[in-house]
Design a protein around this ligand. Structure first.
Ligand SMILES: CC(C)(COP(=O)(O)OP(=O)(O)OC[C@H]1O[C@@H](n2cnc3c(N)ncnc32)[C@H](O)[C@@H]1OP(=O)(O)O)[C@@H](O)C(=O)NCCC(=O)NCCS
Length: 174
């Protein structure tokens, strides 16, 4: 398994993992109508547009490739909220729900640390719904809770926690 840049042919798989990842992680947290209303085709169109924006801005969508099969992805780059003190942001990270807990997420965030450092970033933040049990992954990867905010998805107001890595060195540790 290795980490590489996404290509156009990966978009459909990225979309499928994001839709299935949402349903897996957020069932009972986000309205069923929102979770079940997202089709892979629609998500693929959104990811294609987002990828074009990412490339224009110089940000990155990386995939974990296991013998030619995409099994997870992460996207990151300049922080969208310049007020919270972090210069980079991990926008999204999802692993195929059939492959959770096997080190793929860890490989993706370590590679992110190397890429962000090489592109001049010093620290990075990620937002995670507080009710998502997978938030624990960020603590395990060296991030610490640094902020909170309320967002609205469907009919619900949900609390998000910002986890910050204050140096890229914490992300490189074995
Ligand atoms: C979060 C995610 C990207 C992590 O990737 P992963 O490949 O599963 O993670 P790893 O195998 O590298 O696991 C590292 C740590 O995750 C945590 N973890 C593993 N299994 C877990 C579980 N069932 N529940 C909660 N945390 C778990 C552990 O802390 C683990 O470290 P440890 O085994 O040393 O204790 C992935 O689980 C995922 O896609 N989750 C669902 C979608 C999601 O929540 N995405 C993040 C949105 S903000």
């Amino acid at each position: 398994m290795y980490i590489r840049d996404v290509t156009k042919v990966d978009i459909e798989t990225v979309a499928r993992i994001s839709v299935e990842g949402w349903r897996h992680a957020y069932r009972g947290i986000i309205d069923d109508a929102v979770l079940d209303g997202r089709s892979v085709g629609e998500a693929a169109r959104q990811w294609q547009e987002w990828l074009e924006d990412l490339v224009r801005r110089g940000d990155r969508l990386a995939v974990a490739d296991d013998a030619g099969q995409v099994v997870g992805f992460a996207s990151y780059g300049a922080n969208r909220d310049q007020d919270n003190g972090f210069d980079a942001e991990l926008y999204a990270i999802y692993v195929d729900p059939d492959r959770l807990g096997r080190g793929i997420g860890t490989a993706l965030v370590r590679d992110m640390g190397r890429w962000l450092e090489a592109h001049g970033y010093e620290d990075v933040v990620v937002w995670c719904l507080k009710a998502n049990p997978w938030c624990r992954f960020y603590g395990r990867s060296g991030a610490r809770p640094v902020a909170q905010r309320i967002i609205e998805i469907g009919s619900r107001k949900l609390e998000e926690i910002g986890y910050g890595w204050h140096t890229m060195a914490t992300l490189r540790e074995e």
